[in-house]
Structures are given as structure tokens and as C-alpha cells.
Design a protein around this ligand. Structure first.
Ligand code: S3P
Length: 429
């Protein structure tokens, strides 16, 4: 599929609610599955990635169905999961394979996990390494560093794992495995990554401790079913925030956006760049805060983005790169090597494509340097099967001097199935 995005002379205007948070939706289904009793999930993201998680949990014997827009999960408890009789296909979803590896490491049966061509290239050693330290038997290509992964778990020992990277997927895999080990399992990270696992495990009744960059769980808890309310995904909202900020005459209001502080780096960046943003926090229901965010187009200036800010906005960098092409001066993104191992190498894909449309942008070993503002040209772009690249490149069409055709747009269904419908609604004001 392809989409053609034309210049939006009236800007982006209107209000909408973006779909549910992808990270929280995955966890809601997994944790409900390993809890005792029936959990209800509202606001669940029915994107391809989270549907992969549902499919895998069903293969492990969990009954999951939809009722009046709610996802109902009949939890079996960790010990109630069953050995799957076929391969667990995670599709394009890194969160599914990495978190599920942690859960499967606790189970004394065999399961095989694999996904699409992108998953086959993504590093799994960061998860299989610590899980093997805990006693799980794991094999896969290159000694368990790549899919397909075969996991036979059980009899785990707790660890204190010092992760070399700030990764919520690594942290979560180890903490979930820790649920099946007797005693305290701790993960220490260089910087704090998103903390949805810690928050939600607590809500299901686990004993969780967080101190600075250490997160711990105590093994063998009784997890009890609960209700999970999933807020809108700030990573999806980011595309409209960036789009409205750069497209003159825009005024957009986004409701029910998750503003967990470990995810709001994009709001810090917008503020530092001089964007016109208003955040009105909503009354908190559940464990994840949310807000209504209003944004209007404004003059922007280049900034440096690095260090502990990076994990707080790692998924927003494709949108931020587009934003930076319209900011006055130099934007430097560094300490972001992790971009190379996302759904695509997001440093290379963003730099190559923005360059083709006339941006002044260079790749560096750990990020990119963008000089702005530059007048973008119409032309063609490609998602390369990466949802966030497809959505970021679509934004270029709003301000380019000719139409931008984005190819392979079916990929956006991974996190935002009706992205182009919502974008068109805002274009038509
Ligand atoms: C995610 C964590 C991040 C993020 C990914 C979702 C999660 O990955 O990029 O889209 O749900 O835990 P890392 O943990 O590998 O940084």
C-alpha cells in the first residue's frame, strides 16, 4: 500500500484521541494471562504487535476474548500456562518476543519463538544472556543471539543483573523471569527506561521495589486479576505533535495521552525547541497518568538531545528528526545507538530518506545532526516495513513543496492502524 500526502496550507486542526499505548497493551495481556482470575482491559491497542501477543498467549492455553470493546483475559496463573504445540509467531513485535522470553524462562516446558524478517535481525542476546544466567535453557541462531529461540525454563535462580543498556524490554524480561525464581531479582540500568512493568506488576499484586535505576521483584508472588485502563500512546501522539508544530496555522488537541514520566521526553524536546504546547493533566485512574495536550504551530529552534533523555523518547526520534528539519539552527541527537537495532536501522533510514527530500541531515555513529530550517521537496519515501518511519515520512508531505508518496504504509498498523484516517481528518480540519 502507499499513501500520498499533500501540503496542508490550512495546517492540522481539530481534536482526537490516539489509540492505546502499545507497551502498556502488551503488558496488560501478558500479566493478566499469568494472574489468577479474569482481568478486563479497556483502551487496548488493536495494532498488529499487540494482536501478536494475544495470539501467543492463546497458544499457551489462555482464553482471551473481546466484549464491548474490552479485552477479557481469563488468567491461568504462571503455572497454568501450557506447552504450545506449534511455533509462537511474534510477527514484527520485539516487545512480544523479549517479554515472553522472560515468562517462558519460568516454565518447565519447551517453546519456540520466531517472527518476521525484521525480528530475525534484531539482537536477542541482550535477553537470552541474563535469562541463561538465571538457569533457563535457551538456544537459537548464533548461540541464542538470534531467532528462532527455543526456550526450556524452570528452576530459575534470582540474579542482580547490571544491564549495559537502558532497555525496558531487557529489564522486563529479567523481572518477569524473576517471578519464577525464589528470592529477589534486581535489574540495574545505566539510565531509567520506561517503567510500565514495575507499575503494572504492582497492580497485579507483585512485590516490586524501585530505587533510582534499580528495579526488583520478589519471586513466586500470587498475581491477582485486575482492571487495566490503557491510556493513549504518547509515541503515536508524537506524530501529530510534530506535525502540528511544523505546519503553519495548526492547532491540535489530543485527549487521554499517557504521560508516564519515563515516556515524556518528546514533551521536553518540544518545550526546549520553543513549541507552543499546553499540558493539562487528567485525574489519574489506574497506575498510568494521562493528559490532554494542545499544540499550535510556532517557530522552533535546534537543540541537543542526549544522555538520559534518549530512553525517554527513543521511539519518537523519527518524528523528532522531521521536527528538527524545520527548526532554526542545529539539532544534534547523540547517545542513540539503540536506533540501529529497532524495526529498521532508524539512523540510516531516516537520514537517507530525509536527505532525498532535501533535508540537511547527516548520520553519526550514535545519532544524527540536522541543520534547519530547510525547504523540503516532494518525492517518494518508504516505510521499509517500519511503522514509525512510515508515519514520520508522511509528516514531510504536510510542508513539502510537492506531494510525498509513502510506500509500504501497511506497516503503520503495527502501532496505529488508522493513522492516515486520523491524519486526513486533521488536514481537513
Ligand atoms: C518497549 C521498549 C523500548 C521501545 C519499544 C517498546 C517496551 O525498547 O523502543 O518500542 O514496550 O518495553 P527497548 O526496551 O529495547 O529500548
Amino acid at each position: 500500500m502507499e499513501e500520498i500526502i499533500n501540503r496542508a496550507p490550512q495546517g492540522l486542526n481539530g481534536e482526537l484521541s490516539v489509540p492505546g499505548d502499545k507497551s502498556i497493551s502488551h503488558r496488560a495481556v501478558m500479566f493478566s494471562s499469568i494472574a489468577e482470575g479474569t482481568s478486563e482491559i479497556t483502551g487496548f491497542l488493536k495494532g498488529d504487535d499487540c494482536l501478536s501477543t494475544i495470539r501467543c498467549m492463546k497458544q499457551l492455553g489462555v482464553v482471551i476474548h473481546e466484549e464491548n470493546d474490552k479485552i477479557i483475559v481469563e488468567g491461568r496463573g504462571l503455572e497454568g500456562l501450557q506447552e504450545p504445540d506449534s511455533l509462537l509467531d511474534v510477527g514484527n513485535s520485539g516487545t512480544t518476543i523479549r517479554l515472553l522470553s522472560g515468562i517462558l524462562a519460568t516454565r518447565p516446558f519447551s517453546a519456540v519463538l520466531a517472527g518476521d524478517n525484521s525480528i530475525a535481525k534484531r539482537p536477542m542476546g541482550r535477553v537470552t544472556g541474563p535469562l541463561k544466567m538465571m538457569n533457563a535453557k535457551i538456544d537459537g541462531r548464533d548461540n541464542g543471539r538470534f531467532t528462532p529461540l527455543t526456550i526450556r525454563g524452570g528452576n530459575l535462580v534470582p540474579v542482580h543483573y547490571h544491564s549495559p543498556i537502558a532497555s525496558a524490554q531487557v529489564k522486563s524480561a529479567v523481572l518477569l523471569a524473576g517471578l519464577g525464581a525464589e528470592g529477589k531479582t534486581t535489574v540495574t540500568e545505566p539510565y531509567r527506561s520506561r517503567d510500565h512493568t514495575e507499575r503494572m506488576l504492582k497492580a497485579f499484586g507483585a512485590k516490586v521495589e524501585v530505587e533510582g535505576t534499580n528495579a526488583s521483584v520478589y519471586g513466586q508472588p500470587e498475581l491477582t486479576a485486575t482492571t487495566v485502563k490503557v491510556p493513549g500512546d504518547i509515541s503515536s501522539a508524537a506524530f501529530f505533535l510534530a506535525g502540528a508544530a511544523i505546519t503553519p496555522s495548526s492547532s491540535v488537541r489530543l485527549e487521554n495521552v499517557g504521560i508516564n514520566p519515563t515516556r515524556t521526553g518528546i514533551l521536553d524536546v518540544l518545550e526546549q525547541m520553543g513549541a507552543d504546547v499546553t499540558i493539562q493533566e487528567e485525574e489519574s485512574s489506574g497506575n498510568e497518568p494521562s493528559a490532554t495536550i494542545e499544540i499550535k504551530s510556532s517557530r522552533l529552534k535546534g537543540i541537543t538531545i542526549s544522555g538520559e533523555l534518549i530512553p525517554r523518547l527513543i521511539d519518537e526520534i523519527p518524528a523528532i528528526a522531521v521536527l528538527a528539519t524545520q527548526a532554526e539552527g542545529r539539532t544534534v541527537i547523540k547517545d542513540a545507538e539503540e536506533l540501529k537495532v529497532k524495526e529498521t536501522n532508524r539512523i540510516d533510514t531516516m537520514v537517507n530518506q530525509l536527505k532525498k527530500l532535501g533535508a540537511d541531515i547527516e548520520a553519526t555513529s550514535d545519532g544524527m545532526i540536522i541543520n534547519g530550517p530547510s525547504e523540503l521537496q516532494g518525492g517518494s519515501a518508504d516505510s521499509f516495513g517500519d511503522h514509525r518511519i512510515g508515519m514520520a515520512m508522511a509528516l514531510c508531505g504536510l510542508i513539502a513543496d510537492g506531494p510525498v508518496t509513502v510506500k509500504n504504509t501497511e506497516a503503520v498498523a503495527v502501532s496505529y492502524p488508522h493513522f492516515f484516517k486520523d491524519l486526513n481528518m486533521l488536514i481537513n480540519g
